[in-house]
Write a protein that binds this ligand. Sequence first.
Ligand code: ATP
Ligand code: NCN
Length: 225
Amino acid sequence: MSSIVPASHIRVTHRKSARGNFHERARIGIMGGTFDPIHNGHLVAASEVAWVYDLDEVIFVPTGRPVFKQGKNVTNEEDRYLMTVIATAANPQFSVSRVDIDRPGITYTIDTLRDIRALRPDADLFFITGADALAEIMKWKDADAMWNIAHFVGVTRPGYVMNPQKFGVPDKAVDVIEIPALAISSTDIRRRSYEGEPVWYLVPDGVVQYISKHGLYSHADEQNS
Ligand SMILES: Nc1ncnc2c1ncn2[C@@H]1O[C@H](COP(=O)(O)OP(=O)(O)OP(=O)(O)O)[C@@H](O)[C@H]1O
Ligand SMILES: O=C(O)c1ccc[n+]([C@@H]2O[C@H](COP(=O)([O-])O)[C@@H](O)[C@H]2O)c1
């Protein structure tokens, strides 16, 4: 009797990571944000968490209709999505998901996590969040259900205190890591663009070009919106 096992019956139980370690399950980071526009602070946060947690990949998830930015002038989702694709294109570990953009209604992280979990049931998920977002995390929809779906990793951000317990986050629900400090915000990029100041090296070159080509964050754009 043949002892050859058909390839379709072989289950891969271990995978080698970028750091050379073996993990039984894929390890996927999720970097959620409005990305209006994406900037180097977001990219460094994702890259650092990928390194420290030995992630296989990081999925950037631009929000559709961000709940805490309702009533604010948020750039249309296709521009934010395309800038995120351009900013992440060179990194083979990075990809961009449309789950939040394509889901109708307000964007909640609990839905993001459930969608990614359904797409990747094989993976351990790590949701990445900056210190400012972490400060409000207990006000997020169904916050208590989120900890069971993903590990949460809070990253330091200049100007914000990083203290999950102070914000009422349950013990051990969120890890905190220190990352290189980049005092960059999308708000400041938008202000600089409106005022004609340079945004080179605060956002990837392709994003500078996209903003200029499409007249985003300019007085012309203001008239269109
Ligand atoms: N410079 C930074 N360092 C570390 N984390 C950051 C930085 N900028 C943003 N983040 C984190 O990235 C995620 C997405 O942020 P978001 O897209 O809202 O950018 P933002 O710069 O905070 O935008 P805005 O100024 O429009 O509020 C959040 O978790 C936020 O805390
Ligand atoms: O789920 C919520 O209630 C919730 C409330 C505020 C922010 N978030 C998520 O936090 C991430 C950063 O959001 P923002 O608005 O700071 O760009 C993004 O993934 C949002 O979907 C989620």
